[in-house]
Design a protein around this ligand. Structure first.
Ligand code: ADP
Ligand code: ZN
Ligand code: ZN
Length: 727
């Protein structure tokens, strides 16, 4: 009898046996409907054998084999299996969660709805010049449709926030139609003579990567912001496309995809390119995923979830801003898309490019020992664009007006007078980080988390940024009844108010999670900044990355000191990367840029390195510290995390876990401790750290231990976090 071993989305580390019955051809990677307990579930066939440990009478037949989508390829299955093994996570959960949502449902997917658009005869005959010059978006849309033949709905949204409206108008006028079929345009590589000549370091990088085009090699493309890393990706991708291959490009943030998408589309107008990220609808995601799976989409651009996209002709993986923490998923399967990209490249035998101005220390270390090859772009690509000058403003002495020093205010005024843009970077949204009673010292805290409630003055609310809990701002102090409660510290809203009264005629724009809630809000804001309709931008980390604002010449950092003396050993690495990143927004074009950082500790080594733009020096300092402390990358870590309503329950579980530690493994176990964020959404959190000198030893230990942990029971939620970033 043919036995199908099926992966199901259940938290059990095992496959489940079913018989094939008479369902016709079945392949590994096929989706099947099975009955599991009293439910029906979708599973994926992981193995096919002819025996089972179950008694024949207990083996149920599969109920249905879905024929709506091709089976998951062996390539992607191998990657998912590796991922499940590496993170010690049940294979079924890994596999099912890698599928687009419609493919996880117990019904076959209906044919995808028409979301492609193409020009009609009338539309094709239309000359761009006959549209009014003001109709920039319509002109762009017409141009793009002519070039691409067919555009997906998401492609159109990427052109401009108002392009979806414009396409409706095109349809109404009979210029365009919806279509179900995506015509595959003939690949015509970009004309080489239109492109700017590469700088010598770019040339070297491209040549090196292309010389190893058909085998696995990790390239660290280390280049300051604006040094032309993206141009390097584009040149390498051009070759990949010419050889009929597919390229996967991962970026840390959804907000970076539209801009990169349009840059790619401009370079490869005739290439089918899709994006994958969580802001797409389930249908769009399925469609894009399927286009990649069939090999038709040649460029896949996306956030970490795009890593698991089946790509039969994969020939290149790019991880841009590889150091970014958002490549690591912080719940469920806690995988690092950067690390798994390397694993995928190894399995597929393709080059992997990790690009960054401030590589993760682990990556820097790997390049140092020769495991990765380092390629360096030491200068900005545009000759006139010098690196910004970075200065610290010592606020331990200077008097601050509403959180702003005189020097920063003067610099802002000078920009306003010259008609240049400024960005004030502050990583706290809301009005102020906390509400405080000056009389008794009460501060607003979240009762569900170990965190403070942030003041949102406009909405008159206190909000927890961790669990979402909200309450009214109390009229008087809950502890002593004092009526003089005051917001303490600076947030984006307060800064917006202060700057507004300092510079009443300036056009000020606040860009944070609150002001960009509406789907198209951020793209619209970015457009306004690019169009120079804004004088001062107040931005959180949302704005720190990637964006290329030509008129921006001043970056002010209001207060970054919190991370300097943090208990988290990665805090200063992150702060350095963030400040380097945000500094990189200044002076991207011919206008010279300047960065002013307000700090109480101007002589701190971090700032000293930053002023000199000396990432290698700072990385060296950090690596020396890590080596002395035996922290990663000089050891390998895993955390056993436990959560329970009571701290004692969580700790007790971890102590039990200590008791079932298998013998004879070369690992170090630490005692259970409460997590840094001790309480989150009403759950108490604790963890136990495991460390080993070698990855192999850690992995062998975790495999054995993981099995024992499943037997422990107890009323806790627990999980293993391999290579944890948060403690
Ligand atoms: P990064 O990805 O490192 O931030 P980009 O590739 O975005 O850098 O390049 C920064 C700017 O320099 C862009 O405006 C880009 O068009 C331009 N640029 C890149 N390479 C060259 C080159 N070889 N010649 C002229 N301009 C270039
Ligand atoms: Zn009080
Ligand atoms: Zn909370």
């Amino acid at each position: 009898m043919k036995i199908l071993r099926v992966a199901l989305d259940v938290p059990l580390d095992t496959l489940f046996d079913y018989s094939a019955a008479d369902q016709g051809e079945i392949a590994i990677g096929d989706r099947v409907l099975v009955s599991f307990g009293r439910r029906q579930m979708v599973g994926v066939v992981a193995e096919i054998t002819d025996h089972s440990n179950l008694a024949p009478g207990r083996i149920k037949p599969v109920l249905q084999v879905f024929r709506d989508s091709p089976p998951l390829s062996g390539e992607i299955f191998r990657l998912l299996r590796f991922c499940a093994d590496y993170y010690h996570h049940p294979l079924g959960e890994v596999v099912l969660n890698a599928l687009p949502v419609p493919l996880r449902q117990t019904k076959p997917v209906a044919r995808a709805k028409p979301t492609g658009y193409h020009l009609t005869e009338t539309g094709l005959a239309l000359e761009t010049d006959t549209l009014p010059a003001r109709a920039i978006v319509k002109r762009k849309l017409l141009q793009s449709l002519k070039q691409a033949g067919t555009l997906l709905r998401s492609d159109i949204a990427a052109i401009s926030p108002s392009a979806p409206q414009a396409i409706k108008e095109f349809i109404a006028r009979g210029w365009a139609e919806e279509s179900e079929e995506i015509a595959e345009p003939a690949p015509t590589p970009a004309k080489a003579d239109d492109l700017p000549p590469l700088t010598p370091p770019q040339e070297q990088a491209v040549t090196a990567i292309l010389s190893g085009q058909d085998h696995f090699q990790v390239w660290l493309l280390y280049g300051i912001t604006g040094s032309g890393k993206t141009e390097v990706y584009l040149r390498v991708i051009a070759q990949v496309l010419q050889h009929g291959g597919q390229a996967l490009v991962l970026v840390p943030e959804i907000n970076l995809t539209p801009q990169l998408e349009s840059r790619f589309r401009a370079r490869f107008p005739d290439t089918c390119q899709v994006s994958l990220h969580s802001r797409l609808s389930a249908g769009e995601r399925l469609r894009n995923w399927s286009l990649a799976q069939s090999g038709r989409a040649r460029i896949v651009l996306g956030t970490r979830l795009a890593l698991f996209t089946p790509m039969p002709k994969l020939k290149l993986i790019v991880v841009d801003e590889e150091h970014d923490g958002s490549f690591k998923q912080q719940d469920g399967l806690r995988y690092s898309a950067r690390d798994m990209a390397v694993a995928r490249g190894k399995q597929a035998g393709t080059p992997v490019i990790l690009g960054s101005a401030t590589p993760a220390l682990e990556t820097w270390y790997n390049a140092g020992i020769g495991r990765y090859q380092k390629l360096e772009l030491p200068a900005r690509a545009i000759a006139e664009a010098a690196l910004p000058a970075i200065h610290c403003i010592d606020i331990s002495r200077a008097k601050l007006a509403d959180g702003l020093s005189d020097s920063l205010i003067d610099a802002l005024r000078a920009r306003l007078e010259r008609g240049e843009q400024s960005l004030i970077f502050i990583n706290r949204r809301g009005y102020a980080p906390v509400m405080r009673c000056a009389q008794c010292g009460w501060v607003s805290t979240c009762h569900r988390c170990s965190s403070r409630l942030v003041v949102h003055l406009r909405e008159k609310r206190l909000r927890c940024h961790h669990c979402g809990h909200e309450s009214r701002i109390p009229p008087t102090c809950p502890d002593c009844g004092n009526a003089d409660l005051a917001p303490l510290g600076q947030g984006t809203q307060r800064l917006e108010d202060n700057l507004g009264s300092l510079f009443p005629s300036a056009r000020i724009l606040r860009v944070d999670r609150d002001s960009t809630k509406r789907k198209q809000a951020l793209p619209e804001m970015l457009e306004r900044i690019h169009a120079a309709e804004v004088d001062i931008v107040i931005g959180t980390q949302l704005l720190a990355k990637g964006h290329d604002f030509k008129k921006l010449t001043l970056v002010g950092v209001v207060n970054a000191d919190g991370a300097l003396y943090s208990a988290d050993f990665r805090a200063s690495e992150r702060l350095f990367a963030q400040l380097m990143q945000v500094s990189g927004r200044a002076g991207r074009d011919a206008l010279p840029g300047i960065v002013l950082i307000q700090t109480q500790f101007p002589t701190h080594p971090l700032f000293q390195a930053l002023i000199k733009h000396d990432y290698p020096g700072f990385a060296e300092t950090l690596l020396t510290e890590r080596k002395q402390a035996e922290f990663p990358p000089f050891c390998h870590q895993a955390l056993l995390r436990a959560e329970a309503p009571q701290m004692e329950t969580a700790l007790a579980f971890l102590r039990k876990a200590q008791g079932v530690v298998p013998q004879d493994f070369d690992v170090n176990l630490f005692d259970p401790v409460p997590a840094q964020m001790t309480r989150l959404a009403g759950m108490e959190r604790a963890h136990l750290l495991v460390q080993a000198a070698s990855r192999g030893a850690l992995q062998a230990f975790l495999s054995a231990w993981n099995k024992a942990l499943f037997g422990l029971g107890g009323n806790v939620r627990w999980s293993l976090d391999v290579d944890p970033l948060e403690f």
